[in-house]
Design a protein around this ligand. Structure first.
Ligand code: ADP
Ligand code: MG
Ligand code: MG
Ligand code: MG
Length: 400
C-alpha cells in the first residue's frame, strides 16, 4: 500500500493482520467503520471468538462538515499521532497506545477503547464520573508543564514546535471560534428563535474586544503543546479510567485553551441540564455536580502543575518569587475566557453539541441555548478580572 487512498475495510483487516503480535495467527478478523464521518475514517478491527481488537484512524483530505470542498492537509494524521505519542509518554494511563502508523497513508493504528463511553454521551445520560476531574487535571498539568519552557529544554521545545505548526487546523479554530460567531458568516448556524442573540453578539464591540485579546493570544503565544480540541467528545470515560483521544488540532498555544475547552464543555452540559432531567431534584443534583466538576478540573490542574513546578522546573528565572502565582493566575484567566468562547461558538457557530441540540422540547432547548450564551459571554467579558476559580463559578451562577 503506497500512494494515499482512503482504506477499505478489507485493507484495514490486512493492515491489522500484518501488525506483529496483535492477533493470533489463525484469527478471523472483522472490520467496521465507526467514525462520525466529518474529517476521518475510524476502522474497528476485531477477531472472532477472541477479545483482541484495535482501531485504525485515517485522515481524509477534506472536511465534510462544510460541503464537499474544504481541503484539509493529510499531515494532520502525523500531527495527531505524534501528539498521541507525546501525551502517552507523559500520561501512559490517560492516552491510548499507538501500535503503528503510516504518514503517507495518513493512518494511526491504536489501542481499542470501545469499552469506554464518550464523556459527552455519558454526561447526557446523567452519569457521574468521580475520577474524571482528577484524571483530566493530571493530564492537563503534565502535558502542559512538560512541553512548556518550564519543563522542557528551550531548544528542544523550539524544535518540537516546528513539528506542530498545523496551519490548516489552527485556521479552522481561528475562524470558527474567534471570528464567525461575531460577524455575519455563512458558516454560522442557529435557529430563528435565537436570532436576537446572534444579532446582539455581532454588535457587542466590548465583547469583541475581549475575544480579540483571546484570539491574539491563541495566534501568538506558543506556551505549551496543546491537545487543541479537548472537548468532552474527545474524552473516553469509565468509572475508574479516563482516556484522551483525537489531538489532531495539536499545536503550541496558550495553556488556558485546553483547560477552557474542558470547562466550557462541562458548562455546556450544565446549561443543558433542565432539558435532560425533568425532576427538579435530579436536575439540581446534576447541576451541582457539573459546577463542582468544573471547579475540580481547575483545582486538580493547579495542584499538579504547582507540584511539577516545584519539583521539575528547568528555567532558573522562573524561580523568582511571585512568578508562579502570576503565571497560574494568567492561565486561569485565559481558561475562563476560552471556556466562554467555546460555549458561544457551539450555540451560534458552525459546529454544535448534542448536549443542547438534541434536547427534545423546543422551549427547554431554547432556554439552554440562551443560558449557555449568557454564561459564555459573562466569562469572556470578565475573564481578565478573575482572581480565583471561585470567581469563575460566581460568573457562571450570575448568568444562570
Ligand atoms: P474525529 O477526529 O473524526 O472526531 P475521533 O478520534 O474523535 O475522530 O474518533 C471518532 C469516533 O471514533 C469516536 O467518537 C469513537 O466513537 C471512535 N473512536 C476513535 N478512537 C477510538 C479508539 N481508540 N477506540 C474506540 N473507539 C474510537
Ligand atoms: Mg468527530
Ligand atoms: Mg473527535
Ligand atoms: Mg478530531
Amino acid at each position: 500500500m503506497s500512494a494515499y487512498h482512503p482504506l477499505t475495510a478489507e485493507e484495514a483487516i490486512q493492515l491489522a493482520k500484518s501488525l506483529p503480535g496483535r492477533f493470533p495467527d489463525q484469527a478471523e478478523l472483522e472490520c467496521r467503520e465507526i467514525g462520525d464521518g466529518n474529517l476521518n475514517l475510524v476502522f474497528h478491527v476485531t477477531a472472532k471468538h477472541s477479545d483482541h481488537s484495535l482501531i485504525i484512524k485515517q485522515a481524509v483530505p477534506y472536511a465534510k462538515v462544510v460541503g464537499e470542498s474544504w481541503p484539509l492537509s493529510l499531515d494532520r494524521a502525523r500531527i495527531e499521532r505524534e501528539a498521541l505519542e507525546m501525551e502517552h509518554s507523559l500520561c501512559p494511563a490517560l492516552v491510548p497506545e499507538v501500535y503503528g502508523y503510516s504518514d503517507e497513508m495518513a493512518y494511526t493504528i491504536m489501542e481499542d477503547l470501545s469499552e469506554y463511553t464518550i464523556m459527552r454521551k455519558g454526561l447526557i445520560e446523567g452519569n457521574s464520573y468521580p475520577k474524571f476531574a482528577e484524571h483530566i487535571g493530571e493530564f492537563l498539568a503534565r502535558t502542559l508543564f512538560y512541553t512548556s519552557d518550564l519543563g522542557m529544554n528551550q531548544q528542544k521545545k523550539k524544535e518540537l514546535a516546528g513539528r506542530f505548526i498545523n496551519p490548516d487546523l489552527c485556521k479552522i479554530t481561528e475562524d470558527l471560534i474567534f471570528e464567525d460567531p461575531y460577524r455575519d458568516s455563512p458558516n454560522n448556524s442557529y435557529p430563528d428563535s435565537i436570532a436576537d442573540e446572534a444579532e446582539a453578539l455581532r454588535g457587542d464591540t466590548e465583547l469583541h474586544f475581549e475575544v480579540t485579546l483571546l484570539r491574539h493570544k491563541f495566534l501568538t503565544q506558543g506556551q505549551a503543546l496543546l491537545h487543541g480540541d479537548l472537548h468532552t467528545g474527545s474524552i473516553f470515560v469509565r468509572a475508574e479510567s479516563t482516556k484522551v483521544i483525537d489531538p489532531e488540532f495539536a499545536f503550541f498555544g496558550p495553556m488556558g485553551f485546553d483547560i477552557g475547552a474542558v470547562i466550557g464543555n462541562l458548562l455546556l452540559n450544565y446549561a443543558a441540564t433542565p432539558g435532560w432531567a425533568a425532576d427538579p431534584k435530579a436536575q439540581q443534583l446534576r447541576e451541582q455536580r457539573l459546577v463542582q466538576m468544573s471547579q475540580d478540573v481547575w483545582n486538580h490542574y493547579e495542584r499538579n502543575f504547582r507540584q511539577l513546578w516545584n519539583a521539575d522546573l528547568l528555567d532558573e528565572m522562573s524561580r523568582t518569587p511571585g512568578y508562579q502565582d502570576h503565571y497560574v493566575l494568567q492561565v486561569l484567566q485565559d481558561a475562563a475566557g476560552y471556556a466562554g468562547c467555546k460555549m458561544i461558538r457551539r450555540i451560534v457557530g458552525l459546529s454544535h453539541v448534542i448536549d443542547i441540540d438534541t434536547i427534545a422540547d423546543a422551549t427547554a432547548r431554547e432556554a439552554a441555548q440562551r443560558k449557555a450564551l449568557a454564561i459564555g459571554k459573562n466569562l469572556v467579558r470578565h475573564h481578565r478580572s478573575i482572581k480565583s476559580i471561585d470567581d469563575v463559578i460566581e460568573l457562571v451562577k450570575q448568568a444562570s
